[in-house]
Design a protein around this ligand. Structure first.
Ligand SMILES: [Zn+2]
Length: 283
């Protein structure tokens, strides 16, 4: 990432967002494994898993996803607003009041962006009904009559490391199961979860900017992960006289595509001054 011109707080905020995105993926996988393992363990020898056991597990998974996403989205929103809070406290004082009003805004943004109840369920259903889940069911079926601990290990390998590692570790089982097994767990669905966190961050930066009188706009900064030119490049080079990539607070574009890791930074008057000074120096 190119962090030129950013304050320490802004760099921290972006790093926090990115690590929340990564941990969301890890936590979703871990929750799936925990729930599937509970189906398997208990008996020394695995017996057939019934449909009703599976659907109960699906319900549990939906609840887990809901809490993972709501927890991490709240953290992403707090991280996004943090750089805005400190300068405001410096200007107007009243530490507790300002912090409280920003906390209320974080809750609003998260609720609005995520529409939690619906989103959490939709995402969990997508993951649960993906091709990966068929693979998990195949592993469960293949394991009937075998040591439950072994089956739990196989499930863990598949969920955390993917099909290639599973084949390496358990070639016989893979041969028995035949057919194709998807390589990565619910890639599309996890991507959706990541995109939602980016959106919460984006909306939170804008919401904080809207409540900061020193802000003149929000700058769109390009993520390094853009292999090809797309609309994000246009946003990052947008110029309507506020500075390169800077939009008026109420005209910042939405996150334009899944997996967009571009980030947004509020531009305050002082930052613009500094840039203008640098420009003059360079001339
Ligand atoms: Zn982008």
């Amino acid at each position: 990432m190119d962090y030129t011109g950013l304050t320490e707080e802004e760099i921290e905020a972006i790093a926090a967002r990115d690590s929340l995105i990564l941990s969301t993926e890890r936590e979703i996988k871990a929750a799936l494994f925990r729930i599937v393992r509970n189906l398997v363990l208990g008996a020394g020898i695995l017996r057939k898993i019934s449909k009703s056991e599976l659907s109960a597990a699906q319900g549990l998974f939906a609840t887990s996803i809901f809490s993972i996403l709501s927890g991490n989205a709240a953290k992403a929103s707090a991280a996004a607003m943090k750089p805005a809070v400190k300068p405001l406290i410096n200007i107007v004082g009243g530490d507790a009041i300002i912090k409280k009003s920003f906390q209320a805004r974080q809750i609003q943004v998260v609720e609005k962006t995520f529409q939690f109840e619906r989103y959490g369920r939709k995402l969990s259903d997508r993951i649960w009904n993906s091709a990966d889940m068929d693979a998990i069911k195949k592993i469960l079926n293949d394991g009937v009559g075998k040591d439950a601990k072994l089956v739990a290990k196989q499930l863990e390998t598949y969920i955390k490391d993917g099909a290639a590692t599973l084949t390496k570790k358990y070639p016989e089982m893979m041969k028995r199961m035949g057919g194709r097994i998807p390589g990565n767990m619910a890639y599309e669905s996890l991507r959706l979860a990541r995109t939602e966190l980016s959106t919460v961050y984006h909306d939170s930066v804008i919401e904080a900017a809207r409540n900061n009188p020193a802000v003149i706009g929000v700058r769109w900064r390009l993520a390094n992960t853009h292999p090809e030119r797309d609309v994000c490049d246009d946003y990052a080079h947008h110029d309507e006289g506020l500075g390169i990539g800077v939009f008026p607070v109420d005209a910042v574009p939405d996150v334009p595509h899944p997996n967009c890791l571009c980030y947004q930074v509020a531009v305050t008057r002082r930052m613009i001054d500094r840039e203008e000074i640098l420009k003059v120096d360079a001339a």
